[in-house]
Design a protein around this ligand. Structure first.
Ligand code: HEC
Length: 178
């Protein structure tokens, strides 16, 4: 009886060890590179977990031939869904771009090929006031399996996003799913 209990404990210990090792492996696989935008100082890690943000919109850029998903953290998602005029502090909006290729199983459809970029905007008026938009901007471009921060900085981002001042500098609208 005692040995049986001991065996069970040992087995449970081994199982737990295996689970933890697996979790660590998965976590280290998803670890974001330690890089940041040159002027805004925004890091890639600031959007840790962005893969779990919810999709708010999707676009196909005909000029860049890229499929793009726009995702938002909970604060941003809720505000976009309610069509908020001004996005609340802490909103994080992420854009992921992929090159496109004919779908292997149905060539008339396009599917995502290589990941090209991860970009984001974060609303933080205590840090970002330039031109009154209160957003911080970051772009990380993927080349040869490596991410590189956009060296031109964020002035360019602001100058273009200004075109949609009325929607709080966001081009995307909440994409209905029902
Ligand atoms: C010449 C114009 C232009 C420039 C420059 C530009 N963007 Fe955008 N951005 C767009 C357009 C258009 C969209 C929506 C279409 C799409 O998904 O590409 C967009 C979408 C976004 C989104 C999703 C939220 C939204 O507004 O819809 C983020 C995040 C973003 N851009 C970040 C950046 C960052 C960071 C930079 C600078 C490194 C930047 N953008 C530079 C035009 C621009």
């Amino acid at each position: 009886m005692k040995t049986n209990k001991k065996n069970k404990l040992v087995f449970a210990g081994i199982l737990l060890g295996m689970m933890l090792t697996y979790q660590n492996l998965v976590a280290s696989d998803m670890r974001l590179p330690n890089i940041k935008m040159p002027d805004s100082n925004l890091t890639f890690k600031m959007i840790e977990g962005y893969q779990d943000y919810k999709i708010v919109a999707s676009h196909y850029r005909t000029d860049k031939k890229e499929i793009r998903y726009i995702l938002a953290n909970k604060i941003g998602y809720d505000a976009l869904k309610k069509k908020a005029k001004v996005m609340p502090e802490g909103s994080k909006i992420v854009k992921i771009g992929w090159s496109a290729k004919p779908m292997a199983t149905w060539p008339d459809a396009l599917e995502a090929d290589e990941l090209q970029r991860v970009e984001y905007m974060v609303k933080d008026s205590s840090v970002f006031n330039a031109d009154g938009d209160h957003w911080g901007y970051a772009r990380f471009v993927k080349k040869d399996k490596q991410y590189i921060p956009y060296k031109e900085g964020s002035a360019e981002c602001i100058s273009c996003h200004k075109a949609v001042k009325e929607s709080d500098y966001l081009f995307s609208k909440f994409q209905e799913t029902y």
